[in-house]
Write a protein that binds this ligand. Structure first.
Ligand code: GRF
Length: 291
């Protein structure tokens, strides 16, 4: 559970501990302040007291966690967190996708569960980066549910048109995309698309390229190959996409140890932690190099 939270919030162990302490102290402060305020009022009915208490602590909670987060050095995290909760409660889901003059627009290509896509969406919520479209080639892929839940347009592509016809170039251009992000997209990107978005397509591969990449190297196959070879470390590679599988220039790599007891599943988990922490950040830097 803690590992999942670390990956979701993109934090290390110490920061997670401070965040949990902030939640606990903020919650206690909120409850205490709520009771003190209500006891000042002449409320006789118990039910009314409870209703007002619930309303009051809902309003006080963000203020209390923000106050507690300052001495614990977690204000930046909680400011974003409170904004996100606020947006979810008020249903203002599209705020980050409106763009703005300096807004950037990305397309995410994915054909699997879409856990990386989800991290990227959450990372850019409330920023000037718009997830303009999610492109997918599998009607049953989990990423399509993620697109729907986040009100992001989804484009379900067909093999024939992608490889033999126009490769959806004009349709994708109509979204005014600054960067195409491959996140678990297994089809090779056709030359027409690479040409149309030259230097603007990136991929994440779950190993340290140039090792363990190429045709057929995806999912657990990669981790099994790493383990069978007795590697002591594996990791992630974020790279530009060219017309060969897992071949373009590497932009970023991060590694993790491979232990003797690791299985493909446990190694995949370690790799996911790295992916969630770094992929959104690297995308952010590519879009806004000055930040
Ligand atoms: C990731 O491990 C990524 O490295 C690879 O495909 C996987 C996609 O996983 N290219 P998910 O669909 O984002 O969960």
């Amino acid at each position: 559970m803690f590992q999942k939270l670390q990956a979701k919030w993109k934090v290390n162990g110490w920061k997670l501990l401070l965040i949990i302490i902030t939640f606990a102290l903020g919650g206690s402060l909120c409850g205490y302040a709520g009771r003190k305020i209500l006891n000042l009022l002449p409320i006789d009915q118990r039910w009314l007291w409870i209703v007002l208490y619930v309303l009051l602590i809902t309003l006080l909670w963000p203020v209390c966690v923000l106050i507690i987060s300052i001495p614990l050095g977690q204000f930046g995290f909680f400011k974003k967190y409170v904004q996100r909760v606020g947006r979810k409660m008020t249903g203002r889901k599209n705020i980050s996708r409106e763009g703005g003059k300096a807004g950037k627009r990305i397309a995410i290509f994915a054909s699997g569960a879409g856990s990386n896509a989800k991290q990227i969406i959450e990372y850019f919520e409330g920023t000037n980066v718009t997830i303009a479209v999610i492109v997918c080639n599998k009607p049953e892929a989990g990423v399509l549910n993620i697109a729907a839940a986040n009100h992001i347009p989804a484009l379900l592509i067909k093999q024939e048109r992608f490889f033999k016809d126009d490769a959806y170039v004009a349709e994708l251009q109509s979204y005014s995309i600054d960067l195409i992000i491959l996140a678990g997209f297994l089809w090779k990107v056709p030359p027409a698309l690479i040409k149309a978005f030259s230097g603007k397509i990136i991929n994440i591969h779950p190993a340290l390229l140039p090792k363990y990449g190429g045709k057929g190297m995806y999912g657990h196959r990669v981790h099994e190959a790493v383990i069978t070879a007795g590697e002591k470390e594996s990791g992630i590679s974020i790279h530009f996409v060219d017309d060969l599988y897992d071949h373009g220039a590497v932009i970023f790599q991060a590694s993790c140890p491979v232990s003797e007891t690791d299985t493909a599943a446990s190694l995949a988990q370690k790799i996911h932690v790295l992916e969630y922490r770094h992929y959104p950040e690297v995308i952010g830097k590519l879009l806004n190099p000055n930040l």
